[in-house]
Design a protein. Structure first.
Length: 150
């Protein structure tokens, strides 16, 4: 029963608020790059669209079909990503992974809102869903940065 109680605590009011209000929750009409990621464990999917201007995210859109934890992560990322460089996004991805897998520090601003997901450290089966948006965004921005610098 303790496991059930811990899982209920995981879905805090703040996580549910974030999941219900995802910024940039529609796809872009003309993205510079798009990446879709799927968690094989739970079937959650996220598709992100990005455009870059002067090496920074100028537009972002996402289609999120994930559990509340994946939605909460998408909400934090959506609210923070505009104006970020590919290096900032990759660092946030790596920091979030370390936070979840190694109980590492919270990702740096502007992605520090991901701290709300720290209780998920104990639920390894939820990590992939939480990582989807940053994994997809990091890949999309890296693709776009590569094509723009060529």
């Amino acid at each position: 029963m303790s496991g059930d109680t811990d899982l209920i605590k995981l879905y805090s009011g703040r996580i549910l608020e974030l999941a219900a209000d995802i910024p940039h929750h529609t796809r872009l009409d003309a993205p510079g790059a798009s990446v879709k990621k799927r968690s094989p464990l739970c079937g959650s999917t996220v598709t992100v669209d990005v455009t870059l201007e002067d090496g920074k995210v100028s537009a972002f859109g996402q289609d999120v079909k994930a559990c509340a934890l994946g939605q909460a992560a998408a909400s934090v990322v959506g609210g923070a990503i505009i104006g970020c460089t590919s290096q900032q996004i990759a660092a946030a991805r790596d920091e979030l992974r370390a936070m979840l897998k190694e109980d590492g520090p919270t990702p740096k601003a502007p992605f520090d809102g991901l701290e709300v997901l720290r209780p998920a450290v104990a639920f390894k089966n939820r990590h992939a869903s939480i990582m989807l948006t940053l994994d997809a965004a990091s890949e999309a921005v890296a693709q776009l940065a590569e094509t723009q610098s060529a």
